[in-house]
Ligand binder design. Sequence first.
Ligand SMILES: Nc1nc2c(ncn2[C@@H]2O[C@H](COP(=O)(O)OP(=O)(O)OP(=O)(O)O)[C@@H](O)[C@H]2O)c(=O)[nH]1
Ligand SMILES: [Mg+2]
Length: 185
Amino acid sequence: MNTVKMIVCGDGAVGKTTLLKRLSGTLKPDENVTMTPGVAVHVLKFEVENIVKCACFDLGGQERFRFLQGSLIKGASIAMFVYSVEWFRSLSDIDDWLKLVAEHALPKRLFLIANKIDSPRRVLVESDGQEYASQHGMTFHEVSAITGQGVDALESSLHEAISSISRNEVEPANSLPSSGGLLGE
Ligand SMILES: Nc1nc2c(ncn2[C@@H]2O[C@H](COP(=O)(O)OP(=O)(O)OP(=O)(O)O)[C@@H](O)[C@H]2O)c(=O)[nH]1
Ligand SMILES: [Mg+2]
C-alpha cells in the first residue's frame, strides 16, 4: 500500500490545520492559519519499507460544512480526533465526530489529540483525555501545534500505525473487543 488515508476532525479552531502544517513541516513562524472552508488535504510522507504517503483530510470544524464531509470520510484507515485543552465542549463534541465517522468508515486506528497544551487558558487536564481515549480504544497524545511540544511522539506513533496498516497487520476496529474501537464503552 502506497497511500494511507487519514481523516482529521474536531470542532472549529481546535488547531487541526495548524497541527497538520506542523507535522508536514510547512508551518511558517507566526503563520496566521485561517478557518478551513470544508476540507483541505495535507500529505505526510513516512518511510516504511518504501515511502508511504498519508493523505490527511482536514475537515473544517464549522457545523455548516458537515453536509459535505460524509463522502470524504469513506475509506479512511486512520481517524484523528482533535480537541483543545482550552475548552471542555471540544472534548465532549468528539462523541458527535465519532458518530459521524462511524457512519462512513471503520478506521483501523483511532487517535485522540489534546492540542494547545502551551495555553495559559488550559482547563482540561491530561487524565481527561486519557480516560476518554481508553474508553474508546484511541491512542492519546498531548501536543502544542504552535510550540511543537509532543509532536515528535505523535509522529512516531503515526509512523508505527502507518507501517502496521501498510503491512496489513491490524484488524478493523469493529472486530476489536467491546472495550475498543469506534463507540466502544
Ligand atoms: N496557543 C495555541 N494556539 C493554537 C495551537 N494550535 C492552533 N492554535 C491557534 O488556534 C487557532 C485555530 O487554529 P486552526 O489550525 O485554524 O484550527 P482548525 O481546527 O483547523 O479550525 P477549523 O478549520 O475552523 O476547523 C489559530 O489562531 C491558531 O494559531 C496551539 O497549539 N496553541
Ligand atoms: Mg482548519
